[in-house]
Design a protein around this ligand. Structure first.
Ligand code: C5J
Length: 220
């Protein structure tokens, strides 16, 4: 069985049964004027991981392994957005309001697009999710089951919100999860550090972490 040099110990995976899940690399979180910046965050650290995420995607494609993309996006009538979620944030604009890239965090608006550098291929799955976790109210579980996938590598933003929530959802569903350390980012450096530590603590209570180079070396 191939393995990735990881923490807290090597991560083994059955050949050909690994998928990459790229969480929310969309303009809403990474470009000025989107949801992330409306909430008062500096988006530049998130933009900086784009080349690393692109390398990881290219490695999975070259190995003919599935790449699954997610976007956090609501229906245009906001029927899938709980009022409590919409009310949070305290910024000038909130979910569904018109921003510089269209309506904020709404499926189909320009701001909801995945960055062009990381654009999904036509045959790749894109999960549009109303929550932080990619399994909640989406077909992701059924799709993975159909592909026979039990091992997942994660990348994307933000580390402690949508990435961690999805990893925990996956963990509870029996998936073996690894987070690519340099292909994920938070608006808060300390939150990223803490999230990586809590994932791999206690013998990998949520999963494993490894640098993207270690993942790519194992794929080759
Ligand atoms: C947030 C996400 N931070 N993709 N979403 O609201 O992490």
């Amino acid at each position: 069985m191939p393995s990735i040099a990881a923490q807290p110990y090597d991560y083994g995976f059955p050949s050909g049964k690994l998928a990459l899940v790229v969480i929310d690399m969309q303009r809403d979180f990474i470009e000025e004027g989107g949801f992330g910046s409306v909430l008062g965050n500096d988006v530049r650290p998130l933009k900086a991981i784009v080349p690393t995420v692109a390398r990881l995607i290219a490695g999975f494609r070259a190995a003919s392994l599935p790449v699954i993309h997610t976007r956090e996006g609501h229906k245009s009538d906001l029927s899938d957005c709980p009022p409590a979620k919409r009310a949070r944030g305290g910024g000038a604009l909130t979910i569904g309001d018109a921003g510089p890239m269209g309506r904020i965090l709404v499926d189909g608006e320009p701001g909801n697009d995945i960055l062009p550098e990381l654009a999904p291929l036509p045959d790749e799955t894109v999960i549009v999710k109303p929550g932080k976790g990619a399994f909640y109210a989406t077909p992701l579980g059924d799709i993975l089951q159909g592909l026979g996938i039990g091992h997942l590598v994660f990348a994307g933003v933000t580390t402690e919100v949508c990435v961690q929530t999805t990893m925990r959802e996956a963990n509870d569903r029996g998936y073996e999860c690894l987070l690519a350390e340099d292909a994920t980012q938070s608006y808060f450096p300390a939150f990223k550090t803490a999230t990586l530590a809590m994932i791999r603590a206690q013998g990998g209570i949520v999963g494993w972490t490894a640098p993207s180079d270690a993942v790519l070396a194992a794929l080759r």
